[in-house]
Design a protein around this ligand. Structure first.
Ligand SMILES: C[S@@+](CC[C@H](N)C(=O)[O-])C[C@H]1O[C@@H](n2cnc3c(N)ncnc32)[C@H](O)[C@@H]1O
Length: 186
């Protein structure tokens, strides 16, 4: 076997392994994998969201992963700017590519830590995260979000907040969507 062939085999095996290690390490850093919301979750979320947020301000997906949910939000709210924030390199890169190929022109994807992002112009924030993140984000939402804004969370509640709507779907695997209005919180 020639040296070139050995090099090609090593690279073919090494590149996916390196990408996997990077993805795994970054998932550990942010306490969650970039596992995306599925079609059923997205459909239920999009139906539950109020039409009235349209054109009032920015729409954010905190932890936008591979960018699929951002596309659905951009389709529902074509007059609004939809912003995805993702810290993990590989999902962020793939979502940038997805965005370039998409016909939606109202999307921005940022590679940032969402705890460092100002939400002061948001009209709607969407999350599919984990319990600890919802707890940490609660005070950020309270101090930064405009009074008439909305927060939607797939699966995980914001502890201590009162949802405006709770949507439950799925017979075998139950799925809950929580919709909060900032003005209804203490
Ligand atoms: C379960 S995935 C959800 C992806 C997407 N929102 C969806 O519904 O398909 C959560 C994402 O949040 C990202 N994430 C977690 N903490 C973050 C942080 N502090 N800043 C930015 N992204 C973060 C993770 O890297 C992961 O890709």
């Amino acid at each position: 076997m020639g040296a070139t062939r050995v090099l090609i085999i090593i690279l073919t095996l090494a590149l996916p392994t390196l990408l996997f290690i990077l993805l795994f390490k970054q998932s550990l850093d942010v306490d969650i994998s970039p596992w995306p919301s599925n079609r059923q979750m997205r459909r239920a979320l999009i139906e539950a969201l109020p039409d009235s947020v349209q054109a009032q301000g920015e729409i954010w997906d905190l932890g936008s992963g591979w960018g699929g949910l951002v596309q659905c939000l951009a389709e529902k709210y074509p007059q609004s700017q939809v912003i995805g924030v993702e810290l993990s390199w590989i999902p962020w890169l793939m979502s940038q590519l997805y965005n370039r190929l998409s016909s939606q022109k109202n999307i921005t994807i940022r590679r940032e830590n969402f705890y460092d992002t100002s939400l002061s112009h948001a009209s709607l924030v969407v999350c599919y995260l984990f319990p600890g993140a919802m707890e940490s984000l609660r005070s950020k939402f309270k101090s930064e979000l405009p009074p008439d804004s909305w927060v939607a969370s797939i699966t995980f509640e914001i502890p201590g907040w009162h949802p405006e709507r709770v949507v439950e779907i799925g017979e075998v695997r139950r799925l809950t969507i929580y919709l909060y209005r900032l003005s209804s919180q203490d």
